[in-house]
Design a protein around this ligand. Structure first.
Ligand code: HEC
Ligand code: HEC
Ligand code: HEC
Length: 131
């Protein structure tokens, strides 16, 4: 009879420890998604929004390689529209604040691309020196 209280305490403790990964997950999912600043004038990105969300890093990588290695400057999108393959002029021409767009989403996702060490970030005080 006397030990019953402890058994129950033990069961509750065990349940709490066993459940830990679940509420840890729940805490993680509860982190509010930041508000991203969207371009005011343009209504479409270089490619479809879903494609950009999932593949912008691959697109940027392809752009960089095309420009730096192959000296190509113009990208033709699936829509037939053409864009200069330039992080600053093109991407940041529409997404005018790297801080309120790129960086916010990256911070939420725990990624820190090193691009702003060289490319000029916008909407922040520090500046780099590549184009
Ligand atoms: C012509 C203007 C324009 C250019 C150039 C442009 N974007 Fe966009 N981008 C937009 C707009 C507008 C949206 C939101 C479209 C929508 O609401 O569906 C968007 C959406 C996105 C998204 C998805 C955001 C989300 O909600 O998940 C990413 C990521 C993105 N752009 C990155 C880039 C990158 C990287 C570049 C350069 C390679 C680039 N954009 C160039 C206008 C542009
Ligand atoms: C809607 C959210 C979102 C927005 C907006 C966004 N990104 Fe990203 N970005 C991500 C995620 C998530 C990853 C990591 C994806 C992965 O690891 O597969 C990423 C990865 C990257 C990478 C690759 C980093 C690495 O180390 O592999 C680059 C480069 C990049 N983003 C550039 C940009 C630029 C430039 C902008 C703004 C024009 C931007 N992103 C806007 C979500 C976003
Ligand atoms: C060590 C410095 C450095 C870093 C870090 C860096 N870049 Fe660059 N990048 C350059 C230089 C220099 C050029 C060549 C500029 C030119 O030819 O006008 C360039 C060119 C590019 C180009 C093609 C032309 C242009 O100016 O946009 C793209 C796209 C690009 N980089 C994307 C990226 C992305 C995305 C990241 C982050 C993952 C990144 N770079 C990180 C230095 C850097």
């Amino acid at each position: 009879m006397h030990g019953k209280g402890w058994v129950i305490t033990g069961m509750i403790l065990f349940a709490a420890i066993a459940a830990f990964p679940f509420y840890w997950n729940w805490v993680g999912e509860d982190k509010p998604f930041p508000k991203l600043e969207m371009p005011e004038k343009a209504r479409a990105c270089v490619e479809k929004t879903e494609f950009m969300r999932a593949n912008h890093m691959r697109l940027l990588d392809a752009w960089r390689i095309s420009v730096v290695r192959d000296n190509l400057l113009i990208y033709t999108a699936a829509s037939g529209k053409t864009f200069e393959m330039n992080l600053h002029k093109t991407c940041l021409g529409c997404h005018t604040s790297t801080e309120k767009f790129c960086d916010r989403c990256h911070a939420y996702n725990d990624v820190t691309p090193p691009c702003w060490k060289c490319h000029v970030a916008t909407g922040v005080s520090e500046e780099g020196d590549a184009s």
